[in-house]
Design a protein around this ligand. Sequence first.
Ligand SMILES: [Zn+2]
Length: 159
Amino acid sequence: MNYCPFSPMKYLTVVLALLLPLSAFGHDETKKVKMPNGGRHLAKPSPAAEFLVQPDRHVRVTFVDDAGAPVPATEQAVTVTAGDRSAPTKLTFVRAGDVLLSEQALPAGNDFPAVVQVKANAEARPVVERFHINLSVCGECQLAEYACVCSHGHDEHAH
Ligand SMILES: [Zn+2]
């Protein structure tokens, strides 16, 4: 009698091998750090930063440590390019106490692309974060969608 060479065990191994890289990727994405003011966590710069759209549509950047506690801004230089590619709005930042504040307001609208560049100092290479500034409020975490913490990992919604 002939047995099929593709035993269930072999099949399972192949499936697991295919799934592993995906779950490894997902693991990194679940690392959510709570931001001091409910803004978006910019994880790439070092130190990391919170990106917050204020009610006046100016942007506040607060640098944070690994636990999400604010640390004073030092020599960092931040620029934000937001809105339509055809006519983007460029925001420049000035130091205001321990944080950086944009000198200009974001363009009108509730959902537009943004490119945030953070340099450790004037000469450093910029670290770039791209995301959509979606100002609608998420019904689950009550944060604006651009800062939503719901999409991965639900530890913060245990209540
Ligand atoms: Zn949410």
